[in-house]
Design a protein around this ligand. Structure first.
Ligand SMILES: CC(C)(COP(=O)(O)OP(=O)(O)OC[C@H]1O[C@@H](n2cnc3c(N)ncnc32)[C@H](O)[C@@H]1OP(=O)(O)O)[C@@H](O)C(=O)NCCC(=O)NCCS
Length: 247
């Protein structure tokens, strides 16, 4: 559990709009996850921009993707975050639009139907041939890689899941194969597979070729004390995973 002191520390950094949103969650668990996610996001971005976390302002795309308000020059930073259960992941980069996703690998009864319904024909054919024990990882590879890309564009997953084709077989390197059937378009993207904690898979998609990912896994008990280490090395990304954070 995150202590109420930590929650209060994060809460005071939130904007009035974020506080209003926090107030609308029905369950404490979800409210606290939101507060910690936004509080940490502000802490991380504030350190990159060298300003206090409460001084940051976000603007939102029509589909809800947050970005830094240009009054900070944006610092040239692109970022995204994803949470699932007790895990929250952030990606920050100057390289280009970026998206991140994470899921726990779990058996889902309707996995085969979801792939048939929402994914491409090629993906469906390959998926249905897999032995049952390989399907959960393959499914969540597919899901997180597509969602990361659709979060990078800001579009979200409501319409275009089948238009983005990605590699997904366990042990196959992550890459975008086609976007609306166009492999040239796909080649302008990098995709990175993540294993942020046992039983979880994730992905980062970034609109740039040949990117490198630097990962930090913060296992400090209290996220507020996390050391956000910065390393801007050319075209590399910064990814920070806060795991083992009991919310
Ligand atoms: C955006 C979306 C992919 C998030 O999926 P999810 O599995 O529920 O959540 P995740 O943990 O992966 O990501 C949530 C975070 O992504 C960011 N986000 C929100 N909308 C986003 C978008 N369109 N693109 C990229 N990132 C987005 C936010 O930071 C959010 O966390 P926060 O609000 O707690 O800070 C999904 O909700 C979606 O496709 N929405 C449709 C977008 C849309 O059409 N909205 C209608 C108008 S508002």
């Amino acid at each position: 559990m995150v202590s109420s002191d930590v929650l209060t520390d994060f809460m005071v950094t939130l904007s009035p709009l974020e506080k209003e949103r926090a107030g609308k969650f029905r369950f404490d668990l979800h409210r606290n996850r939101f507060i910690v996610g936004r509080g940490l996001l502000r802490t991380i971005l504030g350190r990159y921009l060298q300003i206090g976390p409460s001084k940051l302002d976000f603007v939102y795309s029509p589909q809800g993707k947050p970005a830094l308000d240009l009054k900070f020059g944006g610092g040239g930073f692109h970022f995204n975050l994803a949470h699932t259960e007790d895990l929250v992941l952030f990606v920050v980069t100057r390289v280009g639009p970026v998206g991140i996703d994470v899921e726990s690998i779990r058996p889902l009864k309707e996995m085969g139907d979801l792939v048939a319904r929402f994914f491409s024909q090629r993906e469906n054919e390959l998926f249905q041939k897999l032995p049952p024990d390989r399907k959960p990882t393959a499914f969540f590879n597919l899901w997180t890689r597509k969602e990361a890309l659709l979060k990078a564009t800001g579009e979200g997953i409501t319409r275009a899941l089948n238009l983005v084709e990605v590699s997904f077989l366990p042990d196959e390197p992550a890459c975008v194969l086609a976007i609306s059937g166009d492999s040239e378009k796909a080649a302008s993207w990098s995709l990175h597979a993540l294993s942020p904690a046992p039983g979880f898979v994730g992905a980062v998609a970034i609109q740039a070729r040949n990117t490198t990912l630097c990962c930090w896994n913060n296992n400090d008990r209290l996220p507020i004390s996390c050391q956000v280490r910065e390393r801007q090395c050319g075209r590399s990304l910064t990814y920070l995973a806060v795991s083992d954070t009991k919310l």
